[in-house]
Design a protein around this ligand. Sequence first.
Ligand SMILES: Cc1ncc(COP(=O)(O)O)c(C=O)c1O
Length: 402
Amino acid sequence: MTETSSLHLASRVSQISPSPTMAVMAEAMRLTAEGEDVVDFSAGQPDFPTPEHIKKAGEDAIAQNFTRYTPNPGMPELRQAVADRYREDYGLAFDKSNVIITSGGKHALFGLMLALVDVGDEVVIPTPYWMTFAEQVRLAGGTPVLVATSEEDGFRMTAEIMAPAITDRTRMLLLNFPANPTGAVIGADEVRALGDLALDRDIFFLWDDTYARLMFEPAPSAAFQAVQKKLGDRFLIAGTASKAYAMTGWRIGWAMGPEVVIKACASLQSHMTSNASSISQKAALTALTSDQGPLAEMITEYVWRAKRLREGLLEIPDVRVAMPGGGFYLFPNISAHLRDGETTTDFASELLSEERVAVVPGLAFGHDGYLRTSFACSRERIEEGIVRMQRFFKARAARSSL
Ligand SMILES: Cc1ncc(COP(=O)(O)O)c(C=O)c1O
């Protein structure tokens, strides 16, 4: 075996760090596997199983030997189904030639980065943010430019705060809403203003709509349509079947944009994964074309959970937390409870070791002083988690007053 010291890893690897959310999830899963009773508020995935009719489509695909390569950018019917869903849901005008099917939303985003970001290009990203965005920009050779939003403004990404970050090197504005981890959404006026900003500065407007089908209020569709009309080829979307259809393990996502960009993504994909799993594509086709009713039920349940967890957190003195506009995360401010020099990473690890509650530290999203608490778990687990967290904060307060 080669001595570790003589192994040489490519420099791009040393520029990035592994996903911090995945690390917490892995630790929570390890403890659970050891028989520990962990309340997992770290999960970035629905606790609901994949709906039966979607699973059945996957089973049928196997039974019918639909187990070979598909066309490199995805099955034509699925590409069309994605385009149709955006037309139906938001009135957006995409055709199947504007869609590539990828192995998950993360992969769709990475394809867009590799296709559009050159060495030295800048991508403007509002924070708190999902760190994968910045790492992918770096992997593509670009520079992520982070712009902080504030809790006082509901973590809203406005054209006003983004504009000063745009330079001659800016290639793209990357907006994720409802946002991971804050759940912040952007209203119609702001969507239009951000669209105007992208137009004015001749940059791409990339919307990561991972949690869009889990919005608690109707989406500002007319504003999306107006932005698409104005921006044309500069309007891009990265989406996924993962969250809305409870399909995280199936690994199906998509990128949407002008044909030339989609062809570039397909060319990259042809050398990396060839195509997304044939079986999963069949399942996603059913997810996108069948009755979307179950989504409304999921949203109703998420709203209940969000309200309940928020209520439980607000009972803790000096904790502030807003109601999210969608998705399945709360981002409570617990900064009043941090000791001198203590970070939310220390705090989260104490919470896990003392009370077996897994949360993701705000540091993992570029803002310390907050915790990302996912309510993608059952009502019973939420109640148990509230009891444990309240007990933990109380015990810490008692310890520090000694
Ligand atoms: C903001 C955001 N974008 C994209 C993704 C990618 O999801 P997937 O690769 O499972 O489709 C995630 C997953 O957590 C996310 O939070």
